[in-house]
Every structure is written in C-alpha cells, then in structure tokens.
Ligand binder design. Structure first.
Ligand SMILES: Cc1cc2nc3c(=O)[nH]c(=O)nc-3n(C[C@H](O)[C@H](O)[C@H](O)COP(=O)(O)O)c2cc1C
Length: 197
C-alpha cells in the first residue's frame, strides 16, 4: 500500500463551499495523511524539518487547493521555497522526492471553457500549472494530471458530490496501485480518467 500526503491550503476555509465538501472524511482515510497547512501554520512559520520528514514518510504528494490568481494560495509557495532545499529535493545528493508521485487537486471559479487560448483566461490549466510540473520534474517526481473542479460559483452540490466520489476513487486507486499510470500519460486532466469534465 502506498502512503499519500495531502498538503491542503485554503486561507479562507471558513468561507469555503466546495473544498469543505471535498475534504470531509479524508482525515480518517487509511494510508492518507491530511495536512492542513494554514491550520498548522497560521503565521506561515513553516517547520522545514517536520515537513521534510513528513514527505520522506510518504510515496505520493498532493497539493490540494483552490486556484488563486492562476496559482496556489501563498502558503504553498512558501512551503516550496522553504522545504524544497538544495541537496534534499534537487541538486547534488537531492533525491528525497525521487520517484514519488505528484499531483494537484484544484477548484477554480472559472469554467473549463474559460481555460483555453480563445477563452476568458487565455491559457489552459496545464499551461498555468507548468511551474508546478517543472518543479516536480526538477525534483525527479512523476507528475500526474490534476483533478480539477471548475465553475465553483455555479456548480450544484450534486456535482460537487460526484467530484468528491472521484477524488476518493483517485486516492484509493493510487494508494492501492489500482490505477495504471500509463493510462494517465495522454490525459490533460485526471477528470478524463473518470469521464468527467
Ligand atoms: C484571492 C482569490 C483569487 C482567485 N483566483 C482565481 C483564479 O485565478 N482563477 C479562477 O478560476 N478562480 C479564482 N478564484 C476563485 C476560487 O478558485 C474559488 O472561489 C474557489 O476555488 C472555490 O472553492 P471554495 O468554495 O472551497 O472556496 C479566486 C478566488 C480568490 C478569493
């Protein structure tokens, strides 16, 4: 069984509608460590050694967050800046993340159709996520496509529940190695694996 570390970042969780539903129950899931960064570090004073040890103890690293300004909330950038040290994450002797899987769970206000060259947001989600993809690559991780919940302002609770079901299937599938990673290679989004937009 693979061990999964979810780094969750939502700076206004008390106002959350979508992520509140998505994360319910994850704290008790076998093989999954749910780590709420803003709860652990309300002042953003990230403990580097604690975080590095946590990462070392897991096989799969997930960043789960709402999309903020075409990226992640600030604490995840801070986490990367501090935790991904030279000689640990990359560079000479920096093999701590080698061969671990990396992916993101995202919620976005923008609809899927807004994320294309001719759309309102002009770029695809995958284009906007390239800094994460290349960071994962530099750290010798295996990058998997993101699971994205689009259109959060108008989405119904029923559809959010459907994504939640797929999120749990994704976690179980990766944990129990039931998902063939080769099937994901051609996919832009993890959503396609479950045949949802
Ligand atoms: C500061 C801020 C920045 C945001 N930036 C984006 C963005 O770049 N693209 C987008 O599609 N939605 C953006 N949104 C919308 C959020 O992604 C959306 O409200 C969130 O995913 C909904 O999840 P929640 O109900 O758990 O808060 C932004 C929201 C805030 C508050």
């Amino acid at each position: 069984m693979k061990k999964i570390l979810i780094l969750f970042a939502h700076p206004a969780f008390q106002k959350s509608r979508i992520n509140k539903i998505l994360i319910r129950g994850l704290q008790n899931m076998e093989g999954v460590t749910f780590h709420d960064l803003y709860q652990a570090y309300p002042e953003m004073d990230i403990e580097v050694k604690v975080e590095q040890k946590l990462v070392e103890e897991h096989d799969i690293l997930i960043f789960h967050h709402p999309f903020y300004w075409y990226s992640s909330p600030a604490i995840l950038k801070e986490w990367q800046d501090l935790v991904l040290q030279h000689g640990w994450a990359y560079g000479s002797g920096g093999n701590a993340l080698k061969d671990k899987l990396f992916l993101q769970i995202l919620t976005t206000g923008g609809e899927l159709k807004a994320y294309c060259q001719k759309g309102y947001n002009r770029f695809t989600i995958r284009q906007l996520l390239t800094p994460f993809e290349q960071t994962s690559n530099l750290c010798q991780m295996i990058y998997l496509p993101p699971l994205v919940v689009h259109g959060t302002f108008s989405i119904s609770k029923e559809v959010v529940m459907l994504y939640k079901k797929h999120y749990l299937e994704l976690l179980e599938g990766l944990r129990d190695e039931k998902i063939n990673l080769a099937d994901l290679e051609s996919k832009e989004y993890f959503n396609e694996y479950f045949n949802v937009n």
